[in-house]
Write a protein that binds this ligand. Sequence first.
Ligand code: BG6
Length: 472
Amino acid sequence: MGLPDHFMWGGASAANQCEGGISEGGRGLANVDVCPAGPDRRDVITGHKKMLRMDQEHRYPAAEGVDFYHRFREDIRLMGEMGFQVYRMSIAWTRIFPNGEEETPNEEGLLFYENVFKECRKYHIRPLVTISHFDCPVHLIEKYGGWRDRRMIGCYLRLCRVLFERYGDYVTHWLTFNEINMILHAPFMGAGLCFEEGENEEQVKYQAAHHELVASALAVKLAHEINPNNQVGCMFAAGSAYPYSCRPEDVWEALLTDQENYFFVDVQARGYYPSYAVKRLQRKGVCPVMAEGDEELLRAYPVDFISFSYYNSRCIAAAEQETAEGNLFKSAKNPYLTFSEWGWPIDPLGLRITLNEVYDRYQKPLFIVENGLGALDRPDENGCVEDDYRIDYLREHIRAMKAAVEEDGVDLMGYTSWAPVDLISAGTGEMKKRYGFVYVDKNEDGTGTGNRTRKKSFYWYQKVIETNGEVL
Ligand code: BG6
C-alpha cells in the first residue's frame, strides 16, 4: 500500500498570475494583462466588455504579479526546500512571440524560461509546462478575433514547435491548454473572445473550442515527432456534478453538466466528438465548421494523460435553488458541505469521486494539477502565518486522493497544489485570496515589499512530500 515511488509531488502556477514584468524582456501584450481587478473584471473575462488596452481608471494585477520574473530563483529555491519533484508552470506566449506571429522567436523570452528550467534542475524539480494558461497575444485578438479564427492554430503550433525544440533537454511533460472547458465560462481568458452585439455566443465558443481541440491534437503529434519521450496531457476544470436530489430531473441536469465539461476531454482523450455533443450542437444549430481532415487528426492524436484542477464539486438542480460560488461558475448550494471564505464548496470526498469517474471514463493516467484553498491569511506580529485551515483542506483532499489510488486503483501520476507561492487570483484579480505555502508581502493596492515568508503549511507540506504522503 501507499503511493507509488514514482509519484510526483509539487505545486502549480501560471505565468500571468505570478510573473509580472509585462513590459520587460521584449514581451508583448496579452489578453490576461488587460483583465482589470475590480467590478469590470467579470465582464472582461467573459468577453462582454472589450478592453484590449490598459487605461488609467483600472488596476491591472498581472502587470506586477508577484514579481516571479525577477524573483524566480528565490521561489524555486523555496520549492526545492519543500522537496518538490515537479513544478507545473506556464509560458507567457508573448515573451516568446510578442505579437504571436513573428518569423523568429524572441531570444530574451526564451532565455528567461531556460533559466527557470535550469533553476528547477538544480533542485531536481521536473517542469510540467502548460503551453497556454489563459493566454493569448492581444495582437492576435485584434487581427483574428482570438480562437474564433482557424489561423490561430498555426500561430499556436509555431509556439509549440519552438518550445519542444528549444526545451527538449529540460521538459518532457506538457499540457496543451489550461482548463480548456473554461472557454464556456471565461471565453476571453480561455480563447481571447470578445462578443459582438447580437452574435450567437455559443456558436462562437464551440467554433473556438474546435480550433483549440485541433491545435491540441496537432501539438500532441508535433511533440511526439520531435521527441518520442514527450508526454502530452489535456487539462480541464473538474469537479463532479451532483444531483441536488434523487429527483430524476435533477439527476438528468447533473448529467448534462458533466457532459458539458467532459465533452472536451472526450475529444482530447478518445479522439472524437461524442454522440451526445453532436446531437446537442446540431439541435442548437451551433455545430462548428470543420476542415477536411480534422476528424482524422483528432482520432490520430489523443493525449497521453489527463490532468485536471479540482477545487470543488458542483450541485445541480432542475428547479431554481439558492446558489453557491465555485471555480469560475456558480451552482446550487449543497446543504451537506461547508464553504471557503470565497463561498466555494469544500468537498474532499468529491475529489475521490471525481478521480474514480474520470479514470473509469478514460482509463488513462491522471494528474491532479491544481487543488488548494483560497483564503485570507493574517500574519501575526512576527510575520508568521498559522494557516491550519489550509493544512486541513489539503490534508483531507490528499487523504481522498490516496484512497482513490490505494483503494480504488486509480492510476495517478502526481499532485501539484495551487499554488506554492501566493499569487494573483484568476477569477477576481485579488491578491488577498491566497493559496500559497509561502506568503508574499503584497497588498491589494500593490504596496508591500514583495518579501517571501514560509507559512506553517510550508513545513507541513515538506513532511508530506518527504514521506510520500504517509505523514499527513
Ligand atoms: C483555476 C485556474 O481556474 O483556478 C487558475 O487554472 C486559478 O489560474 C485557480 O488561479 C484558482 O482560481 P482563483 O479564481 O481563486 O484564482
